[in-house]
Design a binder for this molecule. Structure first.
Ligand code: NAD
Length: 308
């Protein structure tokens, strides 16, 4: 079975590739290395340096005849989408449509799409389930939501199966400081360097932090699950404030950092926690790492030999 992973040289994509290679599937990575890295590339996969917006994507998929596509490549940050909405739209919408056309014409069986909790925007009804109203607060959230609509219409009009996974804040090994879950990576690197931490606002804002290997496992399950053609939250259903996160990190690293509270950031959602019952019921999946367990693994990766 042949699987194409776009963004497979990135943080989450590379962990998905690892699982697929381990499961003995024939794995191809398509990545332009704009934020991804050669060092993330699993040697058991074929690497294609290419942009999802390339004209000849159709030709590539027609030649290779992939059975499945896992689409992770994207413009991934809220801040960049607000600074450069054209680029966000170009990669996240036009790039997706280019890929969907190539999938349709080469009879790909199913596409699994990395969506985001950013599709919901700020909402008072917590935990957020998949039926909650969606009012994205950024162009990034909007481009992910529009992406989901394209998937639905490609399914309805052309029968291309899909599963959209709305990730909560993902953290783990190989994470850069910039992504949606980037606060963990930023804090850990600062703590390990003995530096102080800056918190935007009073630190009471909450997020649902999910470990990257749990997200990779959800992608694997979504490839083969019977309950396709819909969106699922991929989350822990646990709410953690930035202050709680700092407490846990300073306990694990045995550091007491100086903390500076900066002004709250524009478009920062105050509270976020996502229900995950639909994915648990239908994808035969559940998160298996507590925040503490995931942080310990990340810490050991960043500082081999550390005792946690
Ligand atoms: P990442 O930046 O590490 O990975 C994205 C990968 O896509 C990179 O390897 C990059 O080089 C590649 N890429 C970007 N534009 C491309 C293009 N035009 N053509 C080909 N390749 C391109 O980010 P990530 O955190 O691993 O995110 C993976 C996916 O998950 C993204 O779709 C992101 O929006 C989504 N997501 C991430 C989080 C999170 O917390 N990290 C949360 C919700 C959703």
């Amino acid at each position: 079975m042949k699987v194409l992973v776009t963004g497979g040289a990135g943080f989450i994509g590379s962990h998905i590739v690892d699982i697929l290679v381990q499961a003995d599937l024939q794995v191809y990575i398509l990545d332009n290395l704009s934020t991804g890295s050669f060092t993330n590339i699993n040697p058991g996969a074929v690497f294609l340096k290419k942009d999802i917006r390339d004209e000849d994507l159709k030709g590539l998929l027609a030649r290779e005849r992939f059975d499945y596509v896992v689409h992770q490549a994207a413009q991934t940050t809220v801040a960049n989408s607000l600074a450069n909405p054209y680029y966000d739209c170009d990669v996240n919408i036009r790039g997706l449509v280019n890929l969907l056309e190539a999938c349709r014409l080469s009879a790909v069986k199913r596409i699994v799409f990395a969506s985001s909790a950013a599709v919901y925007g700020d909402t008072d009804s917590l935990p957020i389930d998949e039926d909650c109203e969606r009012h994205p607060a950024s162009f990034y959230g909007e481009s992910k939501l529009t992406g989901e609509h394209y998937l639905e219409l490609y399914y309805k009009n052309f029968g291309l199966e899909y599963v959209a996974l709305r990730y909560a804040n993902v953290y783990g090994e190989r994470q850069a400081d910039s992504g949606e879950g980037g606060v963990i990576s930023i804090f850990l690197n600062k703590l390990l360097a003995g530096h102080g931490l800056t918190v935007y606002g009073d630190g009471s804002q909450t997020r649902d932090y999910i470990y990257v290997k749990d997200v990779a496992a959800a992608n694997y399950q979504a490839l083969f699950a019977r309950a396709a053609n819909r969106s699922y939250n991929i989350s822990t259903a646990t709410e953690t404030s930035v202050n709680e996160l700092m407490g846990l990190l300073s306990q694990l690293t045995k550091q007491q950092p100086a903390v500076v509270n900066g002004a709250p950031r524009d478009n920062d959602i105050r509270r976020s926690v996502l229900a995950n019952q639909a994915a648990v019921n239908s994808l035969n999946w559940q998160p298996t790492y507590t925040l503490q367990a995931g942080l310990c693994l990340m810490l050991r990766d960043l500082k081999p030999g550390i005792s946690v």
